[in-house]
Design a protein around this ligand. Structure first.
Ligand SMILES: [Cu+2]
Length: 508
């Protein structure tokens, strides 16, 4: 989508001017429970209780830059990391302790961001969590500084890398750009049994692009329209990895497991190792793949995760760089010593039963739309051509399976995320968007294309390519209640590429 940007009076920092590989890669702090409390599920069990605040924080992103002001969970970006076990629930009190004034440009013409509302609204969603609706962080249920909400996460799901982040209506893109996100790891016995690299050999990599002013502060783009600062995409030239620019990591000459999250607002990463080094993907959004997939390039849309193994044994004494052309992200400095690697990388990981299409009780055709004539009013990205506030139209029945055909009428790729559920990608097929828009006719122009090998596991976010129908099959297992589905390009989501959906209990 085309929206003219306002010129910055002082240009942003050129990240090429910064020294590379001068800061060590930081590791997120692991969250510690405050106490144990009764689980709210009536089981009589006690579960860990955590308290995490959203608050202003100041952090150095590079040796040669002054400290940057962020908003952060527990005072760091990424926020504190949760370590959980499948089936073991926990309570988290998410406290909004943000300052009253926002420091990024709110667009008050966006739905849900009207003047007069508290500026520093916050609400927390656990992305990929099979979470009861009243703990899922419905975007309109935001709360102001001084308030908090205690959410219950049953963790009744397979081992996977989840992440939590702000989801406040109309300003989510700003709150996340400000730094409000963190990791949430679910582990289980099936994964433990594989003997994958663990402990200090398992490293999270949280990727996020940003622009910085010369004094090291976050710089978010604004449109050239007075009073309507929303922009359709925010791409930064500088790339934070666990909150640092150009960090390095000393590694032993052995296998490492990296848990990678694309936490960017809108940037797609296409990761590769310098020197053509091999990346072996073992898991995606919702956990382990059935078998490892060897990759030269690893594509990650905003919101997507990849679980990968890199073996440095053949690279003793070398320096390898993980990048996304033309950008360099993080340097690995491999020890010259031989290492005693007792980890394994099994040829089979975790069976993924593919769901037959005949299991679906309903097929929904849902469009992804962009209405260019409305751009000047900064309204125009929609799901199924329906604004956020229209009545709920998608009401799947709990414990049934549906096929969603995502018909992308736009020129962009949109990463579509459904809350609460996991799904499988069936296929992608090109179609004639002109015919569809003018004659309401779906005319395919290609054969269906199978998902990539690394998309054959369980997903919660799927790339929906331009002028392509992407089909997913979704078991609505978990909880009844009101959830949302949306584009994970946060600028799109805020305006208003997001819709509620409701899982309804089966009639008895
Ligand atoms: Cu989008």
């Amino acid at each position: 989508m085309q929206v003219p940007l306002a010129k910055k009076q002082i240009p942003n920092i050129d990240p090429d001017s910064l020294a590379r590989w001068v800061d060590a890669l930081p590791m997120p702090q692991i969250a510690r429970p405050v106490e144990r409390r009764a689980a709210p599920d009536g089981s009589g069990k006690s579960v860990p209780f955590y308290r995490v605040s959203m608050r202003a924080a100041s952090m150095k992103v590079h040796r040669d830059l002054p400290a940057t002001n962020f908003w952060a969970f527990g005072g760091a970006v990424p926020g504190v990391q949760f370590e959980t076990r499948s089936g073991e629930g926990q309570l988290i009190e998410w406290a909004n302790e943000l300052p009253a004034k926002h420091f990024l440009p709110i667009d008050h013409t966006l739905h849900g961001a009207e003047k007069g509302l508290p500026e520093a609204r916050g609400i927390v969603h656990l992305h990929g969590g099979r979470t009861p609706a009243d703990s899922d962080g419905y975007p309109e249920d935001w709360y102001a500084p001084g308030q908090s909400r205690t959410y219950y996460y049953p963790n009744r799901q397979d081992a996977a890398l989840l992440w939590y982040h702000d989801h406040a209506m109309g300003i989510n893109r700003l709150n996340m750009y400000a730094g409000l996100f963190g990791l949430y790891v679910v582990r289980d016995e099936a994964e433990d049994a594989l003997g994958l690299p663990s402990g200090k050999y398992e490293i999270p990599l949280v990727l996020a692009d940003r622009d910085f002013t010369p004094d090291g502060q976050l710089s978010y783009p604004i449109s050239a329209y007075p009073g309507q600062p929303w922009v359709p995409e925010a791409f930064g030239e500088a790339h934070l990895v666990n909150g640092k620019l150009y960090p390095y990591l000393d590694v032993e000459a052995r296998r490492y497991r990296f848990r990678i999250l694309n936490a960017a607002n809108g940037r797609f990463y296409r990761l590769s190792l310098s020197g053509g080094g091999e990346i072996t993907q073992i898991g995606s959004d919702q956990g382990l793949l059935s078998a490892p997939v060897k990759l030269k390039y690893l594509q990650l849309a905003p919101g997507e995760r990849a679980d990968v193994v890199i073996d440095f044994a053949e690279h003793r004494g070398e320096k390898l760089v993980l990048g996304s052309e033309p950008f360099e992200l993080v340097q690995f400095r491999v020890s010259a010593q031989a290492a005693n690697d007792t980890s394994s990388l099994p040829a089979t990981l975790r069976p993924v039963q593919r769901i037959g299409e005949s299991n679906a009780v309903q097929t929904r055709r849902l469009t992804l739309d962009e209405n260019l004539n409305l751009v000047a009013e900064s309204k125009g990205m929609l799901l199924n051509n329906t604004p956020w506030h229209a009545p709920i139209t998608e009401k799947p029945v709990l414990d049934t399976t549906e096929i969603w055909e995502l018909v992308n009428l736009t020129d962009d790729v949109h990463p579509i995320h459904l809350h609460m559920v996991r799904f499988q990608v069936l296929d992608r097929r090109k179609f004639d968007a002109f015919d569809y828009m003018n004659y309401d006719k779906l005319r395919f122009t290609s054969e269906p294309l199978a998902p990539d090998a690394n998309e054959m596991g369980w997903k919660d976010t799927v790339r929906v390519n331009s002028h392509t129908v992407t089909r997913i099959i979704v078991p609505f297992a978990g909880y009844a209640g009101k959830y949302v589905w949306h584009c994970h390009i946060l600028e799109h989501e805020d305006n208003e590429m997001m819709r509620p959906y409701e899982v309804v209990a089966a009639k008895s």
